[in-house]
Ligand binder design. Structure first.
Ligand code: SAH
Length: 353
């Protein structure tokens, strides 16, 4: 695959693109045209941008090769319509994104890093180690590549969640820059409320995010109702224990007045007892929040509770005044569910392939 530098065209804000045009002595509207081709029409080549003069096309081809910083190399579609895309990047690293269609909306779950350094024991990505951060172009390109490849009739990409591979707040600058590009009205035109960032609980970045005071949604992975158990499955808890994490969340809510979504993966015999639901409700009782219960997806060593146990857990939370929902299972048959994304190493074949 051709080399693509960090400042790939897909990662440029419209203003940066305008600067690039100005340097060449070309009019500003060329920047708008390129921006629209890249982000509105999800073009896969500069050649197809037929309203651009040849010299502009040639310049862009020479500088960037292609409009997209990632290339789809494998697509797998689940029986439920969920589609998993495997991308190759310029350095042959691979990442995954998952498209989840629902009536009238399409959510794309994208990656922020190649691998992940957080090492949560129930997450397949964490088990495969950390390789590198993604550039803003690589983050934006996942969305554009998928939009250009969706089957006919599928709802477009209306929502973005940073719940794929990696810890988005460990790649804060690039993630926020990518989110800004996605919001541009001349491009994808995704409102902030249609973007969700999920973090394992990096306190300094939660505070930094609070200061930005955006409408971007925040999801926080909690997964256990006490420090002993949280540290056992999420090593990050040793650095930022629950009290500090929830304090940062309170600061976030005070500044933004936005409701936080807490993710809680239910693992049989570990954190799913009625007593745990009461403990969790106690932790969250004064917070503007919502709990997303995720019956853990099959990863070695972890099992789901029975569905009546999941329901009871939800009811206990609700009885204590904590809004809760059970995340619908999507794409497990293609290993596209939460925590099942991981890097495919050279020569490695995944189960079922
Ligand atoms: N690093 C971010 C995004 C990770 S993926 C974070 O930690 O929030 C999004 C969600 O899937 C997180 O809540 C993560 O903890 C959860 N997850 C990981 N593995 C899972 C599994 N096997 N089953 C269910 N959820 C899982």
């Amino acid at each position: 695959m051709e080399n693509m530098d960090k400042l790939h065209v897909a990662g440029l804000h419209k203003e940066e693109l305008a600067q690039l045009m100005a340097e060449q002595g070309w009019p500003r509207f060329r920047a708008d045209q390129v921006f629209r081709w890249v982000h509105q029409k999800a073009s896969s080549s500069f050649e197809e941008m037929h309203n651009l003069p040849q010299e502009v096309v040639e310049h862009l081809e020479e500088k960037y090769r292609t409009p997209s910083a990632c290339r789809i190399i494998l697509t797998r579609e689940s029986q439920d319509g969920t589609i998993k895309y495997l991308f190759e990047l310029f350095d042959h690293s691979t990442i995954e994104a998952v498209y989840i269609p629902e009536p009238g909306r399409g959510t794309l779950c994208i990656s922020a890093q190649v691998g992940c350094a957080m090492n949560c024991s129930f997450c397949a990505t964490g088990r495969s180690g950390f390789v590198r951060n993604l550039s803003r172009a690589e983050i934006v390109s996942q969305v554009n590549a998928v939009r250009g490849a969706l089957p006919p009739g599928a709802p477009g990409v209306t929502n973005i969640v940073f719940m794929g591979m990696g810890e988005p707040f460990a790649n804060f600058t690039e993630v926020m820059a990518a989110a800004a590009v996605m919001q541009d009205k001349a491009g994808m035109n995704l409102g902030q409320r249609r973007i969700t960032i999920s973090t394992c609980g990096l306190v300094p970045e939660i505070l930094q995010f609070a200061d930005l005071n955006t409408q971007i949604n925040l999801a926080v992975s909690l997964h256990a109702p006490d420090n002993a158990r949280r540290s056992q499955v999420m090593p990050i808890n040793r650095r930022y224990p629950i009290e500090e994490l929830l304090e940062a969340c309170r600061v976030y809510t005070a500044k933004t007045n936005r409701r936080i979504s807490f993710e809680y993966a239910l693992m049989a015999g570990f954190n799913d007892a009625p007593h745990d639901a009461h403990m969790l409700a106690g932790l969250l009782k004064d917070m503007l929040c919502h709990v997303n219960l995720i019956p853990v997806n099959p990863v070695e060593g972890f099992q789901r509770p029975r569905s009546d146990e999941v329901k009871l857990f939800k009811e206990i939370l609700e009885r204590q005044g904590i809004p809760a929902s059970i995340r619908k299972e999507r794409g497990t048959d293609i290993e596209a569910a939460c925590g099942q994304l991981r890097q495919v190493h050279k020569g490695e074949r995944r189960r079922g392939e």
